[in-house]
Design a protein around this ligand. Structure first.
Ligand code: SF4
Ligand code: SF4
Length: 86
């Protein structure tokens, strides 16, 4: 599971550009700063190298090592990959 903190993300696109598996795409979802957030469109291709976490200047990305796709029960009304609870 890849989580992106929408409050921390500043839309620099470093994660999109640095991911060797081309997991991220720009989404049409804006945060409060008015930037379009990245979305892990091809999350199934992720090899958990954590490069995107390291590249993100704002520590907005969390790559969880366990495979837990498709669980959406305890989320709020946002996309499961995008958290803005800060
Ligand atoms: S952990 Fe690696 S493969 Fe997965 S999204 Fe981040 S940079 Fe891409
Ligand atoms: S690298 Fe971090 S701040 Fe930049 S677009 Fe990706 S999640 Fe947002």
């Amino acid at each position: 599971m890849i989580k992106i903190d929408s409050e921390l993300c500043k839309g620099c696109d470093l994660c999109i550009e640095s991911c060797p598996k081309h997991v991220y795409q720009k989404s049409s979802k804006e945060n409060k700063k008015g930037v379009y957030l990245p979305f892990p469109e091809n999350e199934e291709k992720c090899n958990k190298c954590h490069l995107c976490e390291l590249m993100c200047p704002d520590q907005a990305i969390t790559v969880e090592d366990e495979d837990d796709h498709g669980k959406d029960d305890n989320k709020d009304d946002h996309d499961e990959n995008i958290s803005d609870d800060k």
